[in-house]
Design a protein around this ligand. Structure first.
Ligand code: F6P
Length: 340
């Protein structure tokens, strides 16, 4: 078979490990041939194709980013099913492996519903995909965020300041919850749990009263009880989703005014997505890359690989998309016992 691989949406540490594993297993064990579509769905619809042999994937699993490049391109704005089928026929490609998050896999589902031979590999630092316990990229992101928070705490301590750290995560609070717990944050604010300013001030004041420099971790998708939606002032992405960010800068002066404690905000931003993947993410990505080849061999289009417990399983796109995997209330309340 000739198989085309693409990486789509925001990058996540571990993408290269998936590509390497799929190509190595596919070529060595099954004799498949591989090509890469450069720049996500754009490289598929406006063919920009590179060979993917053993040579191209040599030593890449420890590298961040993606050797194929990525974009937030919606294939349905570039000719959709007809265009994709035409490109596959012209280049004698039998199957597509799409490595992507919620938006990219929703596009893969629509393509597969219309007969395109496509399978998925879930990726996102946000860990918001249903159907898989973890996505690769998340472990690296929380490690980077935790390390940054450890640093914020030392400078916060020196100046007796309240430090607000804003993390990614889109509409779920997994990155905030895990990095905030790891860093011993005095408050963690997530989209799943609306919070009042009074509550935040109570946590900050209580930490400060005990002589601590308060650390508040806020997910970019968080909104106060007085806000209708998450803070967004940068429009929509190609899949029609609001581009989030800036809530930390909004909260810092409010906390300072309410408590009298000097407060600074830091937005960790894309640092959370860059650099070397953690060992956990490399292993998960490698297992996904090897397993997705079995799915292609079985022509199980419209499915993605997933992690359930410690096993790699196959999940229908239908069961993975639609609802986001949000932080359960009991997970948050358990963490909140230690706030303040
Ligand atoms: O989905 C991953 C993610 O990093 C989100 O956490 C964040 O909101 C978004 O992508 C940022 O997108 P971009 O890289 O397009 O600015």
């Amino acid at each position: 078979m000739k198989i085309g691989i693409l990486t789509s949406g925001g990058d996540a540490p571990g993408l290269n490990a998936v590509i390497r594993a799929a190509v190595l297993k596919g070529t060595r064990v099954h004799g498949h041939e591989f090509v890469g579509f450069i720049g996500g769905y754009k490289g598929l619809c406006e063919p920009n194709i590179m060979p993917l042999t053993r040579h191209e994937v040599k030593g890449i699993s420890q590298k961040g980013g993606t050797i194929l490049g990525t974009s937030r391109t919606n294939p349905f704005e570039f000719g959709g099913v007809d265009r994709v089928n035409q490109v596959l026929a012209e280049h004698n490609i039998d199957a597509i492996i799409a490595i992507g998050g919620e938006g990219s896999l929703a596009a893969a589902k629509e393509l597969s519903d219309n007969g395109v031979p496509i399978v998925g590999v879930p990726k996102t630092v946000d860990n918001d995909l249903n159907g898989t316990d973890f996505t690769f990229g998340f472990d690296t992101a929380i490690s980077i965020a935790t390390e940054a928070m450890d640093r914020l705490r030392t400078t916060g301590d020196s100046h007796s300041r309240c430090m607000v750290a804003e993390v990614m995560g889109r509409h779920v609070g997994w990155i905030a919850l895990h990095s905030g717990m790891a860093a011993g944050a005095h408050a963690i604010l997530i989209p799943e749990r609306k919070t009042t300013m009074d509550e935040i001030v109570r946590w900050v004041q209580s930490a400060s009263d005990r002589g601590r420099a308060p650390l508040v971790v806020v997910a970019e998708g968080f909104s106060l009880d007085t806000m209708d939606d998450a803070h967004s002032e940068r429009g929509l992405d190609a899949f029609g989703r609001p581009r989030l960010g800036g809530i930390g800068e909004l909260l810092a002066p409010m906390i300072e005014e309410a408590t009298g404690i000097e407060t600074r905000a830091t937005t960790l931003g894309h640092i959370q997505r860059g650099g070397t993947p953690s060992a956990f993410d490399r292993v998960l990505a490698t297992r996904f890359g090897m397993s997705v080849i079995n799915m292609v061999n079985d022509h199980q289009w419209g499915h993605m690989v997933a992690l359930r417990g410690t096993e790699i399983v196959r999940v229908d796109f239908i069961d993975a998309l639609g609802d986001l995997k949000t932080v359960p209330a009991d997970r948050y309340e358990a963490a909140a016992m230690l706030f303040g």
